[in-house]
Design a protein around this ligand. Structure first.
Ligand SMILES: Nc1nc2c(ncn2[C@@H]2O[C@H](COP(=O)(O)OP(=O)(O)OP(=O)(O)O)[C@@H](O)[C@H]2O)c(=O)[nH]1
Ligand SMILES: [Zn+2]
Length: 191
């Protein structure tokens, strides 16, 4: 992997003070957002957050992403740890394809059906940059904030110990009910 790394800089936010580092992996640029005490933690809380511009930035109600990001940043500012902002928009199909998937969902397809109809797998994410960041930040043990069994499997495959799993469950609304139902029933998410 040919990864370009930034230096570490301070990032004061409305949640608290973090330090931030960027990693460039081909055309994707990812972030590691660390609490102040990160280096002293034996098993930091870690959230691997998958980019969702429509949710994270625009406040879309079609998914639970913005609420999960908000919860994670708040929690990690208080309890210590790391948020990896994993820039693989739309489960790594990119924005144009994700919006096309939304257009198909407007016609009644679920999240998986829409991806398949566009010629993609249900989930195209590749987590190898996460392993690279864990190595770089010397993470051997962690407490993982997720409901996604694929993220758990990936972290375990690295030989990194998951001391605890913390659910990131957000109350459903009328726009994301179907999305959450598909995650639970068809993708095995721990919801
Ligand atoms: N292709 C596609 N991607 C979507 C859609 N809705 C949200 N996403 C993307 O899904 C990703 C979030 O993944 P999820 O499967 O919701 O949840 P997760 O982050 O893997 O799991 P948790 O760690 O439990 O939050 C983000 O990259 C979103 O951009 C959709 O309808 N189609
Ligand atoms: Zn989202």
């Amino acid at each position: 992997m040919n990864i370009i790394q930034s230096n570490i800089a301070n990032l004061p936010t409305k949640y608290g003070k973090f330090r931030i580092k960027a990693y460039k992996d081909g055309h994707q640029e990812h972030l590691a957002i660390m609490s102040q005490d990160f280096e002293n933690l034996d098993a930091p809380y870690v959230r691997i957050h998958s980019e969702c511009l429509t949710g994270d930035t625009l406040g879309s109600l079609k998914c639970d992403c913005q609420s999960q990001l908000d919860l994670s940043l708040k929690f990690i500012a208080q309890n210590g740890g790391l948020v990896i902002y994993h820039r693989q928009e739309g489960r790594n199909i990119g924005l144009v394809n994700k919006i096309n998937a939304y257009a198909l969902q407007d016609k009644g397809r679920n999240t998986i059906e829409a991806n398949l109809e566009l010629g993609f797998a249900e989930d195209e994410r590749d987590y190898s940059i996460v392993g690279y960041i864990f190595d770089d930040l010397k993470i051997k043990k962690l407490k993982l904030i997720t409901n996604n069994p694929e993220k758990i499997k990936y972290v375990e495959s690295l030989g990194v110990e998951i001391v605890e799993r913390i659910p990131a469950i957000i109350k459903a609304n009328k726009y994301n009910e179907g999305y959450l139902f598909t995650k639970k029933e068809k993708m095995g998410h721990l919801l």
